[in-house]
Write a protein that binds this ligand. Sequence first.
Ligand code: BTN
Length: 233
Amino acid sequence: MEKINLWNWVDYDEIGSTNDVAKKAESKLLVTAKKQTGGRGRRGRSWESLDGNLFLSISLEVDLRYLGQMVFVAALSLAETIKKLSPSAQVEVKWPNDVLLNAYKVSGILLEKGEKDFLIIGIGVNIEASPKIEGLIYPAISLKEASIKTDRITFLKQYMNIFDANLKENFSKIKEKWLNLAKGLNQEIIVKDESIDKKGIFSGIDENGMLLLKKDGKTEKIYAGDVFFSSKE
Ligand code: BTN
């Protein structure tokens, strides 16, 4: 088995979902694949497997108290990796799990529960190509389409360096860096969860990563949902 930093790493030619392999692990593990035949996205959506893109699952043991914070470590690290490759790129994070490049989705994260206290962080990064499907909930872009040159393995190694460094940070620092890149902060947003739409001012996140939505002088904590930005932007 190969290694990246202190992680054992296995790279498949083809697999259903890298998350399914990572779920069986009871140790720190990185699982990647050149091709996924059953890639999953959030909220029951599927994740297309386009050639040259990165499909990564990280299996790590996480104290339950910090579970909600992990996605911010993962997403911020993605944004920082892209910034490192292209300092002038317009990179933003979008609550809870997405990374945007030039306002399009370049990466998505799917958190799933593994064995015991293990958490699986499933990450898809559009390196070479992005899905061109009518009616996609968020239009997508790849690094290549934004003229950022890299490949899935180079990106993976750079990402893991940044991820490992961020894992050691206090959440207050992660939160500060994440909020600095957050799209729509202090602006009106709509959060859609199932059939309920909630409109308010996106005023930050709490220590568990819940979205703070301010409306009529009250702040509501939002646990799940898809965020949409006002069309005035
Ligand atoms: C989303 O934005 O909906 C999350 C997408 C997560 C996709 C990645 S690709 C690697 C890992 N394996 C999966 O089946 N899904 C995640």
